[in-house]
Design a protein around this ligand. Structure first.
Ligand SMILES: [Zn+2]
Length: 371
């Protein structure tokens, strides 16, 4: 199966935007040239369209699409304890399947072709991924201690065994430890052991709120980053969601490690968590991508909204309009996000040999003119 995308303005995330043709065979990009003539199965006329790599959403709970607009106006701990966790317990496989499909469709329709997800009943999430055609890294969320944690860890391992590399390789499975405040030391250690056993990355929420930092400090006498570091978590490759409140010492620890950060600005604003200083993180050499978080805390899964908010927040935080530009933000939503997920050899840019995860944006729209 060959598809030729003709006459588009290609933003390949490697060079400058240029009018080019892109030839796809099966699921790979095989040629990118100024004019391609070939016998193909389908020609897509991309005149007046921008051709971009599919956007990468580094942190999501896609089945939470069901919670869009449910219990707005609460801070994180109240939102989790009073609103979300009590109803989550009542979700069944059908609920998760339907809400995941809704979320996957929303992402695909708004340009996202890959996401990273942690939640419950992930078999239903996998089914939605398979059916909608999106790409994802998924993990069964692990929380609590003792038998409760063991049950979830077993489900996490089963998910790996049954779903890693499924859906033509579009599904990868990692270990999702929920957060330092919901995973006591024994659970974190078991998660690390499981991660080593199957060579899985670890996805975890980290320093999302000041309250989290204070609670961990009270309980263990250290910051959440130090807590996880002492347990050996960063010996593994990690995807760290949020990282709103990192100290200089935390950053010293993280900059030596194989980690990527998912910056989720709208969720951080909605739950009043704070503003992550991603410019500081990037200057230290940390890899930062963008995520939406689940619809319960962000209301839409639209990465263009995240890009805009992420950019403007840094400008206001640093009181400097030039501190970050559109190109850097678009990199965070594409190639840098792919690096956060460890998928940069496959996706995140339009290059020969990479997966043909490509989106077209119709530029003949009032809000996109002039370009
Ligand atoms: Zn989250």
């Amino acid at each position: 199966m060959k598809i030729l995308i003709k006459n588009g303005l290609v933003l390949d995330m490697v060079g400058n935007p240029e009018k080019k043709d892109v030839l796809i065979e099966n699921d790979r990009i095989i040629r990118i040239e100024s004019k391609i003539e070939d016998t193909v199965d389908e020609v897509i006329d991309a005149s007046n369209k921008a051709v971009l790599p599919g956007l990468v959403n580094c942190h999501n709970h896609v089945a939470m699409s069901l919670f869009r607009g449910y219990s707005d106006d609460l801070e994180l701990q109240d939102w989790l304890n009073k609103a979300i966790w009590p109803v989550e317990d009542n979700l069944n496989e059908e609920d998760i399947l339907n809400s995941s499909k809704l979320g996957c469709i929303e992402m695909l329709k708004s340009g996202t072709t890959t996401f990273c997800d942690m939640y419950i009943i992930m078999e239903s999430v996998a089914e939605a991924i398979e059916e909608t055609g999106i790409r994802a890294i998924i993990g069964r969320s692990v929380i609590f201690d003792g038998k409760e944690a063991d049950k979830r860890l077993q489900e996490a391992e089963n998910l790996y065994i049954n779903y890693n590399n499924k859906a033509e390789g579009r599904i990868k499975v990692n270990i999702a430890l929920h957060a330092p405040y919901s995973c006591p030391p024994a659970t974190v250690k078991k998660g690390i052991t499981l991660s080593k056993k199957h060579n899985m990355d670890i996805h975890i929420h980290l320093s999302e709120t000041e309250k989290e930092n204070n609670d961990i400090e009270k309980e263990y006498g250290v910051s959440p980053t130090e807590y996880l570091n002492q347990l050996g978590l960063f010996e593994r490759r990690c995807i760290l969601a949020h990282c709103v409140h990192l100290s200089d010492n935390d950053l010293e620890i993280l900059k030596e490690k194989d980690i990527g950060i998912s910056h989720n600005p709208i969720s951080n604003l909605k739950l009043a968590s704070g503003i992550a200083d991603i410019i500081k993180y990037k200057k230290l050499g940390l890899t930062v991508g963008l995520g939406t978080d689940g619809s319960g805390s962000t209301n839409t899964l639209d990465m263009f909204e995240e890009m805009k908010v992420a950019s403007y927040l840094q400008k206001v935080l640093h009181k400097k309009a030039s501190c970050i530009n559109a190109k850097e933000i678009l990199e965070m939503a594409t190639i840098e996000g792919a690096k956060v997920l460890g998928l940069e050899k496959e996706i995140g840019s339009i290059e020969v040999g990479k997966k043909a995860d490509i989106i077209l944006i119709d530029l003949l729209k009032p809000h996109l003119q002039p370009v």
